[in-house]
Design a binder for this molecule. Structure first.
Ligand code: HEC
Ligand code: HEC
Length: 420
């Protein structure tokens, strides 16, 4: 008794888990799923060049971080010359944010070539989720982590903000970080170049321009990544950074109840508990696929309503057809929208029809069509319409399975799952 109750709880939990988890389905087509992470991989060597990396956590010239009279020691990293006492601390405001003016005021005594005025030469923000290095280590983050972070961290949001940054720091002529990184001068004034030449003689010398790619190539690769995401950053976090694949798990159950007799039908696909139909998203948002499932049938009762000889080799074709307008083609222009959850529903229909019946079988039954007991006439097709308004992984939707038999009750459930 107790075991049965537990069993039921487990089954209902399976269907209700996802709403709180908010693990949205990534709205990219199958080809975009492949192309986007591959495009970001090509950008990765740029983020790891010292010219970009050093400002984003690779080096640390500071010895402490202070807030009011509180002070925390920092580990210096890299070959940077010592800063004067009083200029060698990161200064935080009472609310914990960096005080740019106080922290970076002194940098300009050496880093003042080009457009850099006092306070404009500064390190990327210190928050761990805004650096290219793992917090406090100077070691590069994994490609996937960096990719996820680039989608959300920019001061100018969205893919437009990112492209703007990769074009000309979004028009920031007072601190042209990108341009300076590519020419490799570190905006050092003349007096400092000797020191730099000496310090960096084993690290490529000075100046040390970026050589892994040109600025034009860096911009093109950035545009390729954005184009492979249909022009916008999407949720979940890993969307566009890691390849995803999804499938529908189709669960169908029916019961025919007549006086003295009960007949069950349900799916238990091969190898998996239920048939899994892959969601093969096309670039235009459409998808379709099908699978063959072998339903389980059983009957119990006292009436000899069903008498079968031979094998019951009944097979049902499960066909899925649908669209998801959130999937947009690669030509879409960049937007300033932060990574957004899906906006439109995934809509599809599931059609169940008889695929094959064992020819050797012969049954006498009032439900011949449903049981696939005849090799001459197939059962009727049943089509069910499904709508997932805010598609999330593990979400399930159930619809009734009406059939023209008195005493019949059935239900078809579709669940979106992530598959390798
Ligand atoms: C006394 C001169 C001097 C001051 C002041 C100074 N720097 Fe530097 N900085 C250098 C030199 C020289 C280099 C070249 C690297 C080396 O010599 O190790 C450098 C390199 C750097 C780099 C590495 C850039 C790259 O492309 O690899 C960063 C980042 C940096 N400094 C940040 C700062 C910050 C932030 C400040 C202010 C808090 C600052 N520096 C103040 C002299 C200075
Ligand atoms: C002198 C230091 C410095 C150098 C060199 C530098 N950056 Fe930055 N970078 C920053 C700062 C500071 C920010 C934060 C800007 C902001 O959010 O206002 C930033 C922000 C970014 C962002 C997020 C911006 C956004 O709005 O999406 C990216 C991406 C980035 N940098 C890439 C690079 C690349 C690639 C290079 C090398 C070609 C590079 N940076 C070199 C200091 C630097």
């Amino acid at each position: 008794m107790r075991i049965r109750v537990l069993g039921r709880l487990a089954a209902s939990a399976l269907l209700s888990v996802p709403l709180s988890a908010q693990n949205f389905v990534c709205s990219l087509s199958d080809s975009q799923e492949k192309e986007a992470p591959a495009a970001f991989d090509k950008l990765m060597p740029l983020f790891l060049t010292k010219r970009c990396f050093n400002c984003h956590g690779g080096i640390n010239p500071f010895v402490a971080m202070t807030m009011g009279d509180q002070s925390k020691k920092l580990e210096r990293r890299g070959t940077h010359p010592d800063l004067f006492n009083g200029e060698d601390k990161v200064v935080l405001d009472p609310d914990g944010t960096e005080n740019f003016a106080k922290t970076f005021k002194a940098c300009v005594t050496c880093h003042d070539a080009g457009a850099f005025a006092a306070g404009t030469w500064h390190l990327a923000p210190f928050q761990p989720d805004k650096q290219f290095a793992i917090a406090g280590s100077g070691i590069a983050k994994a490609t996937l982590d960096l990719c996820k972070q680039i989608k959300v961290r920019g001061r100018f949001p969205g893919t437009a903000g990112f492209i703007g940054h990769m074009t000309d720091d979004n028009g920031n002529t007072a601190a042209p970080f990108l341009e300076t990184a590519f020419v490799g001068t570190m905006a050092l004034d003349k007096d400092e170049t000797d020191a730099a030449t000496e310090d960096l003689k084993n690290e490529g010398g000075y100046p040390a321009p970026i050589t892994v790619m040109t600025r034009g190539q860096a911009l093109q690769l950035s545009k390729d990544w954005v184009a492979a995401m249909g022009g916008k950053f999407r949720q979940p976090e890993e969307c566009g950074c890691k390849e995803h694949h999804y499938a529908l798990r189709v669960i169908a159950k029916g019961v025919l109840q007549m006086p003295g007799f009960t007949f069950h039908i349900g799916f238990a696909g091969q190898n998996t508990a239920f048939p899994e139909i892959h969601l093969k998203f096309q670039d235009n948002g459409s998808f379709s696929d099908s699978a063959i499932a072998t339903p389980e049938t059983d009957n119990e009762g006292s009436l000899p309503m069903i008498r079968c000889q031979g094998k019951r080799g009944n097979q049902v074709q499960v066909e899925v057809k649908g669209t998801w307008p959130d999937i947009t083609p690669g030509s879409t222009a960049p937007t300033d929208e932060p990574p957004a959850p899906p906006k439109s529903p995934i809509k599809f229909s599931i059609t169940l029809s008889q695929a094959a019946t064992a020819a050797s079988e012969s049954c006498a039954t009032p439900l011949g069509v449903m049981m696939g007991s005849s090799n001459k006439t197939g059962p009727p097709k049943f089509t069910f319409d499904f709508v997932f308004p805010d598609p999330q992984v593990n979400q399930a939707v159930a619809v009734d399975w009406p059939a023209p038999f008195p005493g019949w009750a059935g239900r078809v459930t579709a669940q979106i799952i992530e598959v390798p």
